[in-house]
Design a protein around this ligand. Structure first.
Ligand code: GDP
Length: 432
């Protein structure tokens, strides 16, 4: 079976966790490839409702190996807490591994994130203040520590001593309290004790699995509009959310990835700042935010912040499809659109000059555009009980066909509720 990458097509929170949970039933390996505990996947299953921030969503399937890949940044405290919660609910976590190349998020990264965000005054970036940006910038500045460093005491001490001056200087520049070196060493010792058996070199594991043609799922975090290069910079995350990086973050050759599934929410949502062209406010926003069962309501999985909501944005979808080369789409939260008379689908961005763009421009231009809508008919009947393509109302199928056309990829999965059995597979996938 091929390597399948599941990536977000929009601003994140598309419901990737739900789709990965579904697809990982028959996966041998599920791997997180980038990001940290700044976003969360919500998974609802027989064990309960979980918000996973670091552990791959495959953990609920007995026999599935879960790997936190080299492209991620790991806060060991969050990871330990997550593992404890899963174990308390009876989930077996013995197959959760961490790449020795993944970077460590220290408490000083969080403090820096907080201070930097505060320093931005009334123009914040809207980070989750989890220290992810500072950890990735330390990685690029080569003063980061990696999970594998925890396993080598002398090397770890040397690396900490080398990096310490720069770590302190960054904190002092923000008027923050630098951590003490002894405190950092002590913390690393604790993490080593608790995590050392899970830290591995992932290359042999992946090589073996790929040679055996095992099914491997790569799980992306956030979405194309938050990509470091091609998203709405600077309102982006500090790693790449695109499939190109999934190969890097997993440590496999790019051509090993045979399928790229773009997860698309049936409408637009975003947490944090930056342009959201199709944004709606007031009652309409509340209608989208609180559509469907409460466990799927649009409040940040990590921060609890209400998400900004808007009409579906086909221009953003086309952008993501180009950058990722989707081989299929998984459309989520279709049920939230039930009962709407019509669905305004954005198919162009109008510039102040009147010119219409059909691609996502750079942020200063994007801030000036207004949406051009195509109005598709809505449907009344509930979609949440549909289990086959034929069960969906004709207008809902029409909407999905249009998304497929805009993305140039067939819709293969449609999710109509947060439960495991509320994903329908479109058999022939030929919806173009
Ligand atoms: P992720 O980070 O991409 O996994 O997305 P989130 O977990 O933040 O957001 C998805 C939320 O929507 C979760 O609470 C899911 O339980 C819920 N959800 C997923 N698919 C559906 C769906 O088809 N319908 C409804 N109503 N909720 C869904």
């Amino acid at each position: 079976m091929p390597v399948i990458a599941v990536v977000g097509a929009l601003w994140g929170d598309e419901g990737k966790g739900h789709i990965v949970d579904y697809l990982s039933r028959d996966a041998e390996i599920v791997m997180r490839v980038q990001g940290g505990d700044n976003a969360g996947h919500t998974v609802v299953n027989e064990y309960g409702t979980f918000r996973l921030h670091l552990v791959p969503s495959g953990v609920f399937h007995p026999g599935t190996t879960c790997i936190i890949g080299a492209g991620t940044v790991v806060n060991p405290d969050t990871l330990l807490q997550e593992l404890t919660e899963l174990e308390a609910a009876g989930v077996d976590t013995s197959r959760v591994w961490i790449s020795d190349r993944a970077h460590v998020v220290f408490p000083y990264h969080r403090q820096r994130d907080e201070l930097e965000e505060r320093g931005r005054g009334d123009r914040p970036l809207g980070t989750t203040r989890r220290g992810i940006g500072p950890a990735y910038s330390d990685k690029a500045a080569r003063i980061g520590l990696r999970m594998g460093d925890l396993l080598h005491r002398d090397w770890l001490h040397r690396r900490l001593q080398q990096a310490y001056a720069a770590i302190s200087a960054r904190m002092i520049a923000l008027n923050g309290e630098p951590p003490s070196l002894e405190e950092l060493i002590a913390r690393c010792e604790t993490w080593r004790e608790r995590l050392r058996d899970r830290i591995i070199d992932t290359i042999p594991v992946l090589q073996d699995a790929i040679r055996r043609d095992a099914r491997i799922l790569l799980e992306g975090q956030l979405g194309a509009m938050r990509d470091l290069d091609w998203g709405i910079y600077p309102y982006v995350t500090s790693s790449s959310t695109l499939v190109g990086y999934a190969a890097v973050g997993a440590g496999i050759p790019p051509q090993a990835i045979r399928e790229v599934i773009g997860v698309v929410k049936a409408f637009a949502t975003a947490v944090g700042e930056g342009p959201l062209v199709t944004e709606v406010h007031g009652e309409l926003a509340e209608r989208l935010r609180r559509g469907g069962p409460p466990e799927g309501w649009e409040f940040g999985a990590t921060t609890g912040r209400p998400r900004r909501c808007g009409w579906p944005d086909g221009v953003a979808l086309r952008h993501a499809a180009w950058l990722n080369g989707f081989t299929a789409l998984a459309v989520t939260k279709l049920d939230v659109l039930d009962g709407l008379e019509e669905i305004p689908l954005c198919v162009g961005y109008r510039l102040p000059s009147g010119e219409i763009l059909t691609h996502v421009p750079d942020t200063p231009v994007l801030e000036q555009v207004t949406p051009v809508y195509e109005r598709l008919p809505g449907w009344s009947g509930p979609t949440s009980t549909a289990r086959r393509w034929q069960d969906l109302p004709e207008a809902a199928r029409g909407y999905l066909r249009r998304l497929s056309e805009l993305a140039g990829a067939p819709v293969r999965y449609v999710s109509v509720g947060p439960a495991r059995d509320q994903i329908l597979m479109v058999e022939d996938g030929a919806l173009l």
